[in-house]
Design a protein around this ligand. Structure first.
Ligand SMILES: Nc1ncnc2c1ncn2[C@@H]1O[C@H](COP(=O)(O)OP(=O)(O)OP(=O)(O)O)[C@@H](O)[C@H]1O
Length: 476
């Protein structure tokens, strides 16, 4: 189905009134998400052997939240596209300028926020404007979007009214809880503003009315509470927040359900829409459900290969690759290393072999829970482990300043077996962060992998130098 026809298709489904769950399951059967992963993609074992770990966007997003302790600073300029280009553009440099209720301002300061982040400077005045304005905001993970809309919901909620006024939907139960925690923390002095989670497992008896002003939930349950249970009167919602839109639309049932929810809301309801990525699919989805939006975008900090010296080493097989890795380690003064393998099996073999050699190694792979992964990353970040062996699950999103060496134990390839240049850039972008120098070493064990090195060289127009064991000390 063409993406442009989503909204129409939802209308048609609603008109012919099929059971929403059924439609959702049937239609989501074989659709790729924005990483090209398909739900119907074979057995676990196939994934294990062929592709390493499948990147689950919702889990990745949760992982990012769990491991982040502070704002991600971005030097790129914020782009603002106003719905009405003639109206003045407000931006604030302090939270006081927003004229927040004292209790809310107090909560913001208690969280240690001294001033608005880059995206918040422009987004907050728009989100708090009268009359209400619709907004699509896009900026990379960790730049302050969640904090911004939590603040807007707390500011919008009127404690004198015992019914839902702000409705926020997120892709998963865990992500909804993360948002709720921010609302609770920021709103801790707003004693009469209450929050409820509309998530599976939170039972709502028929006939019960939700009295909390803020509802945070997942699309299916929210829709159910609005329609079947009639626990929420959608016509009284004045602020609708759709978070993690990119993750949401990768989960097709959620995308349709979100459109259905939006259709229940009054015309004048303020719509706020957040996403961490720029994909076209996200924009066409956003424009379908947000009329007359203001658009704020913060470009992602470009990852570059400028500070990274790239090498390759020729090896016969995995044992020789392992020996090369240990030699590298023995010869170089390395702060920390990330080693990428293609499959979980390879990652665990390598980690075991390195551990036997006396290295302190952490392993990350897809069968671990998000909490376990967050704990491994935290230990690595604290320097308790110097080596992190991983499949693709952690090639994005980890900011550890002290990574100096990235090793591609297996080179990144796409499904067609060609060089996956984006993944290469993301992987080796781990080294040489924040202007520091880093190394990337690619282990080559066949003519095919040599061809991939050449493709990568060509793509980035950078030489990848051959490295011999004898050169190592000189390199150090
Ligand atoms: N103005 C601010 N000053 C200081 N810290 C802030 C500010 N705004 C947000 N933060 C902190 O920065 C971190 C990232 O913020 P937030 O979760 O709002 O980002 P995000 O863009 O929503 O990320 P994601 O896309 O992963 O949800 C959090 O630890 C948050 O407490």
């Amino acid at each position: 189905m063409m993406e442009a026809s989503w909204a129409t298709s939802v209308d048609m489904q609603v008109a012919s009134a099929p059971a929403p769950q059924k439609v959702e399951r049937r239609r989501s059967a074989r659709r790729a998400d924005i990483n090209g992963n398909t739900d119907a993609g074979g057995s676990d074992d196939e994934g294990w052997l062929q592709q390493g770990d499948r990147v689950d966007l919702a889990q990745q997003s949760l992982l990012n939240k769990l491991i982040r302790h502070s704002l991600v600073l971005n030097r790129n300029r914020v782009e603002v596209q106003q719905r009405d280009p003639n109206s003045p553009l407000y931006s604030v440099k302090s939270f006081e300028e927003l004229r927040l209720k004292a209790d809310l301002l107090n909560g913001v300061y208690q969280m240690g926020f001294n001033r608005p982040s880059g995206i918040q400077e422009n987004a907050l005045p728009l989100m708090l404007a009268h009359p209400p304005q619709n907004l699509i905001a896009q900026s990379q993970s960790g730049t302050g979007k969640t904090a911004a809309f939590c603040l807007a919901m707390l500011s919008n909620a009127n404690p004198a009214h015992a019914w839902p006024q702000c409705l926020c939907i997120a892709p998963t139960y865990e992500l909804a809880l993360q948002i709720g925690q921010v609302v609770e923390q920021m709103g801790k002095f707003c004693s009469n503003v209450k929050l409820v989670y509309a998530v599976r497992g939170n039972r709502m008896e028929k006939g019960t009315k939700v009295e909390e002003q803020i509802v945070i939930g997942t699309p299916g349950t929210v829709y159910d509470w609005c329609t079947k249970r009639k626990a929420i009167d959608p016509k009284r919602i004045s602020m609708f927040v759709l978070d993690e839109a990119d993750v949401m639309i990768a989960m097709q049932g959620h995308r349709d359900q979100s459109i259905r929810i939006q259709r229940l809301l009054p015309k004048e309801c303020q719509m706020l829409f957040f996403s961490a990525t720029f994909e076209d699919s996200v924009w066409s989805f956003a424009e379908k459900i947000i009329p007359n939006p203001n658009i704020i975008r913060l470009k992602r900090e470009e990852e570059t290969l400028d500070n990274i010296r790239q090498f390759y080493m020729v090896c016969k097989d995995k044992e020789e690759k392992f020996a090369a890795l240990c030699n590298l380690y023995g010869c170089l003064t390395i702060a920390q290393t990330i080693v990428f393998c293609k499959t979980r099996r390879m990652a665990s073999w390598l980690a075991e072999s390195m551990t036997k050699e006396g290295h302190q190694v952490g392993v990350l792979s897809g069968e671990m829970t998000v909490e376990q992964r967050a704990a491994v990353i935290e230990r690595y970040r604290q320097g308790k482990e110097k080596v992190l062996v991983t499949t693709n699950v952690c090639s994005r999103g980890i900011d550890v300043e002290q990574v100096t060496l990235v090793v591609n134990f297996d080179l990144p390839v796409d499904l067609a077996g060609q060089a996956d240049n984006d993944t290469y850039l993301h992987r080796i972008g781990r080294a040489g962060r924040f202007g520091k120098r880093g190394f990337a070493v690619n282990l080559v064990d066949s003519q095919r992998s040599m061809d991939i090195i050449e493709q990568i060289e060509l793509h980035f127009n950078r030489k990848i130098k051959k490295l011999d064991m004898n050169d190592l000390e000189e390199l150090d």
